[in-house]
Design a protein around this ligand. Structure first.
Ligand SMILES: Nc1ncnc2c1ncn2[C@@H]1O[C@H](COP(=O)(O)OP(=O)(O)OP(=O)(O)O)[C@@H](O)[C@H]1O
Ligand SMILES: [Mg+2]
Length: 444
């Protein structure tokens, strides 16, 4: 059989005539096909999905043009991209419109765009689909939408669709009646009922099994639920916000997510940027989370050694903002005044390898060979740090771990010396043990 193979017209060149032609080809393919195999059906489905997307885009553009022309009579040329205000101004404007950020931090244009969409979507009851990598703030964005809407004082119920065993899914979402199944010892409300008048946040919606998807679709269509084991139907009025770190459109094309459910959920679609797309904001995020951690831990905001800062500025953050935030909290908790590489978790700490290697290499006079700096100044700084560390270790060894004695011998201020030891994560007591007499060791 013959299926049309050329792609749909480019986005800018979509025309009604072009679309009609494609629709006619699809129609005649279906009319004359004696039978279709699975691959052909899937191809036709993909083509009709693409057509629908283009029809929607065309209609959107048309509405946009009408709105721009005022009366909708004339059809002027399509408007060029609207010019956006600078990020600071966009954030300020949101604040002036009493937008509730719920602690969302950042001026990245993609993040601001998401916040602006959230602002418009919040007062409506339209379903919102939020996507983005893990830790990009999807749940936070769902809370922003809830907080800025008319349901703000009603419940916000979060459901992790990926964490519910298949056999408990229906009861978890819709509740059950006493005796509905073994273990159902009481009547129980489901999440939808709990979210009545408020918002239900369906997290990791891409993990929902197909059977669960069918049930969810029914609720979206009819706004009613039935507790497991009950004949009664109940009306529920819950605003749906769903989130995923998967590409739902692709999953639906692959038949792993119901296409009709996808279109119902993503009436408004918000995509959150990964941290690597907003690298310029990392220093601001250090300060933001550093202050936050300081307040919680009742301490002064932690400082960072240059090499830790360099590392954290260039790190890939696969866990995005959550990972950055956790790292700042960790170093704020573990470090004294200034944090260093030694305060990072083992699995990402480059210095766990570098420090040892450098110590060995230092003895061989080839420390520089083990460093892989990005620039000459990095190399100088790393070499100077290592020299300082080796000097302190050697000195403490000489004086049996007595900091006051080392400070005296080096003619250094003792508190400055303490600060340097802290910076390198060196503990003077580690050098004392080596000098414990054999007899004493036995007694301990
Ligand atoms: N823009 C932001 N400003 C401030 N904090 C943020 C921002 N984005 C995320 N966070 C914080 O990062 C952490 C992770 O955010 P959240 O749980 O919303 O991410 P997620 O996308 O739902 O992650 P996952 O996919 O792993 O569930 C939270 O502590 C949240 O407060
Ligand atoms: Mg989440």
């Amino acid at each position: 059989m013959k299926l049309f193979n050329q792609g749909l017209p480019g986005r800018s060149a979509i025309t009604y005539a072009g679309l009609l032609e494609k629709i006619e080809i699809l129609r005649s393919t279906l009319r004359w096909a004696s039978h279709l195999n699975r691959a052909e059906i899937e191809k036709l489905l993909r083509q009709s999905t693409a057509l629908r997307d283009d029809v929607m885009q065309l209609s959107h553009l048309e509405r946009f043009v009408k709105a721009a022309s005022g009366d909708g009579e004339a059809t002027p040329a399509l408007p060029s991209e609207p010019t956006l205000a600078p990020p600071g101004e966009r954030r300020r404007a949101l604040r002036e419109r009493s937008f509730i950020f719920e602690g969302t931090f950042g001026d990245n244009p993609k993040l601001l765009e998401a916040l602006e969409v959230a602002e418009k979507a919040a007062p409506t009851d339209l379903p919102v689909l939020i996507d983005g990598e893990s830790g990009t703030g999807k749940e936070l964005m769902a809370k922003v939408i809830h907080a800025n809407g008319a349901r703000a004082d009603k419940p916000f119920i979060s459901v992790n669709c990926g964490a519910i065993p298949d056999n408990l899914l229906e009861s978890e979402l819709f509740g059950h009646k006493k005796g509905a199944f073994t273990g159902a010892s009481n009547d129980r409300k489901g999440k939808f009922e709990s979210a009545h008048k408020g918002t239900i946040f369906l997290d990791e919606i891409g993990e929902l099994p197909l059977a669960g998807q069918v049930k969810l679709l029914r609720v979206l269509e009819a706004h009613e639920i039935q507790r497991v084991g009950s004949d009664e139907t109940m009306i529920v009025d819950a605003r749906i916000v769903a989130a995923t770190n998967k590409d739902l459109r692709r999953l639906s094309q692959e038949g792993r997510f119901r296409e009709d459910l996808f279109y119902r959920l993503c009436v408004i679609h918000v995509t959150l940027p990964a941290l690597r797309e907003r690298k310029d904001e990392i220093p601001l995020l250090f300060a933001f989370f550093g202050d936050e951690a300081a307040e919680i831990l009742k301490r002064r905001p932690v400082k960072m050694t240059p090499r830790l800062r360099d590392f954290l500025l260039n790190y890939a953050y696969p866990g995005n903002i959550r990972e950055l935030r956790n790292l700042i909290y960790r170093i704020s908790c573990l470090a004294g005044d200034t944090a260093d590489l030694v305060h990072l978790p083992n699995n990402i700490r480059p210095a766990a390898r570098t420090a040892n290697d450098v110590a060995i290499a230092g003895a061989n006079g080839s420390a520089h060979a083990l460093l892989s700096p990005n620039s000459l100044s990095d190399a100088k700084r790393a070499a100077s740090d290592e020299a300082e560390r080796l000097f302190l270790q050697h000195g403490l060894n000489e004086v049996g771990g007595t900091v006051a004695e080392l400070a005296r011998r080096c003619d250094m201020n003792r508190s400055h010396l303490q600060m340097l030891l802290k910076k390198h994560g060196i503990h003077s007591k580690d050098f004392r043990k080596q000098h414990v007499p054999v007899e004493e060791k036995r007694v301990q």
